[in-house]
Design a protein around this ligand. Structure first.
Ligand SMILES: [Zn+2]
Ligand SMILES: [Zn+2]
Length: 300
């Protein structure tokens, strides 16, 4: 939840509502929830007040109305200002010429992966800055982690402690691929060399795992697309079909099987690979099988 929290506030609030937990120090989250109630559930101010108080009563850690009503009221007030909106960059296109350009350089893999991450990050910032004039106001931007740590985290560079973003940036800057301006105002010079044949390779939807998209494109590091949610994740021995969030905690890996009757794909434990039918078709098959056995028996 490093960049994703900042760039998909809608999803972020939905996660809070689903997890049913607000920690005491996270006051900003109350504001986000109030705005969500307003814009995404269309609640009136009165309804928002009821809903937020009731949510806090149940799920605000260490809730105490005397101590907390001021925070809650402040959040409700803020949500009366239509200028505040939840920011959501839900998908971000990346084009083949850009990635191919990065890959054409004689650099080590992690340098390229970081260049890719910066490309995506810059694009996110651009969408965010453009939306600011529409009245968006990203509330949740401050965080104790510095920007270079964040970028390194979402770049998913393995052995990340061997690198600092600063080192990599200075290498790439020396080569002239980017211009490193103060305050992370980075100019991606190399984009000028792209062939401009804008063929989209993917839409990035998971801003906390940006580097995985690069791995996937390059066929590196065992990155897979989750069968259930479509997210990119690192494949492990037991997680070879679904990401950690979607797969139940399994000791045995899963396999995908196409049902022999209806052709729909379903997931089964790899130990049950003798399974050839989905649950629905299996029930029908069993019933028919029983009836035919019964008939056989009756006709004897
Ligand atoms: Zn998943
Ligand atoms: Zn079936």
């Amino acid at each position: 939840m490093i960049l994703y929290k900042c760039y998909n506030e809608i999803k972020y609030v939905e996660d809070i509502l689903e997890k049913k937990e607000i920690r005491e120090y996270k006051r900003d989250e109350l504001v986000l929830i109030a705005i969500y109630y307003r814009d995404h559930i269309n609640m009136t101010p009165k309804k928002r007040e009821e809903a937020l108080y009731s949510f806090c009563e149940q799920y605000y850690a260490g809730y105490n109305i005397v101590k907390h009503w001021e925070n809650i009221d402040a959040a409700l007030n803020k949500a009366r200002n239509k200028q505040y909106k939840l920011f959501c960059a839900d998908c971000l296109p990346v084009y083949s010429d850009e990635v191919d350009q990065i890959n054409s350089y004689d650099l080590d893999y992690n340098h390229k992966k970081l260049m890719f991450t910066l490309l995506v990050y810059k694009r996110l910032e651009k969408i965010y800055n453009a939306s600011k004039c529409l009245g968006y106001n990203k509330i949740n931007y401050n965080s104790s982690i510095g920007l270079d740590r964040k970028i390194l985290k979402v770049s998913k560079i393995s052995g990340g402690n061997k690198y600092t973003v600063g080192d990599i940036l200075s290498d790439i800057t020396k080569l002239g691929y980017i211009a490193d301006l103060p305050n992370y105002k980075i100019k991606l010079n190399y984009l000028n060399d792209c062939s401009q044949q804008h063929e989209k390779i993917f839409d990035i939807t998971d801003f906390d795992n940006i580097g995985y998209y690069y791995d996937y494109y390059c066929g590196a590091n065992n990155i897979n697309v989750c069968w259930q949610c479509g997210k990119f994740y690192k494949k492990t021995k037991n997680n070879n079909i679904r990401c950690k969030d979607c797969a139940p905690d399994l000791k045995v890996p899963e396999v995908i099987i196409a049902c022999e009757d209806c052709d729909q794909e379903f997931i089964a434990s790899s130990l049950a690979s003798a399974k050839t039918r989905c649950e629905g078709c299996y029930q029908i098959y069993r019933r028919k099988y029983k009836t035919s056995k019964q008939r056989e028996y009756d006709s004897r």
